[in-house]
Design a protein around this ligand. Sequence first.
Ligand code: MRU
Length: 377
Amino acid sequence: MADQQARTDGDRRPTEIPVVRWEEPPEGPVLVLLDQTRLPAEEVELVCTDAPALVEAICSLAVRGAPVLGIAGAYGVALAAARGFDVAEAARALEGARPTAVNLSVGVRRAEAAHAAALAKSGDPEAAAAAALVAARTLHREDAEASARMAAHGLALLDELVSGGGHRILTHCNTGSLVSGGEGTAFAVALQAHRAGRLRRLWVDETRPLLQGARLTAYEAARSGMAYTLLTDNAAGSLFAAGEVDAVLIGADRIAADGSVANKVGSYPLAVLARYHHVPFIVVAPVTTIDPDTPDGASIEVEQRPGFEVTEITAPQVPVTGAGGGIPVAPLGAQAYNPAFDVTPPELVTAIVTEGGAVSPVTAEALAELCARSRQV
Ligand code: MRU
């Protein structure tokens, strides 16, 4: 079950917003989420008391973005265990909620494995539930640490690749503290540049159809005091043509073993534009987003979302009128093509920045070596 409750501390900076929080009131443990479907209009929290409620929150994008999906998924397993539900059943439901972001299944499996190991050792369900919670908390903390390291590596790479007085960065979708235990992935690099006085402008793609750029990235940029400008996705070409972009920085939902990058739909066209205009196209993601079991881009399952997200505007501020809960912008019954992600081939990616350093050029060998090195740490 999920309940909504209004926040009273709406003026906190984005880096301090607890996007995912474990709480233990007397009625039993809960997972509290910042409901991202309501931003930027209002800060409302969703309280999940079981895994089905969390699955619903994941499907509706109340919680979204690859790294935080992993964290939420791990807490979801801990929640099922702590409340005495079938852990394996909860884990499969959570894993299946969204197919593209590999971090979700990485997080779920990590907590599930910790639970199983503790149960096998002690035979005590309470000890097993506690072990699942420790695994979720550890993943949460590790993601925050990875985020800080990605920001440092990313800015160093930007400084190396881009000369001149300050960086003009184009980004897509939302990759800040709303998707992470820390300050995010690509956005964290831009934030680091801003703090170092080296961000000239953050160009924010609105990111149709669900407007993660306009609603979430602009919200985070504004609250961080960054110089940012919002553009429609299809204005990016003219921005490149005007020579206004020094680098593209995006996150990733899954990176295949060959370096193909699945990210929010609209990322691939930016990579093509960047190549044509000789602009670096940089992907920032934790090592957990690299999936050695997915050999190439064609093997990545791309989530297809409901057509009403395209045929209606479903932002929180608009009055509800359409079948999907938004304002219709297309004739009744219009068919819609709505993949949530697209895949950029490795040859269009200048570099992949992780907490373990940057890979450039992007090759299967270099990624395998990076993953092996990270496992040893
Ligand atoms: O559908 P969403 O909003 O979950 O998509 C999120 C993205 O595509 C992000 O760019 C990606 O998860 C990387 S976030 C670090």
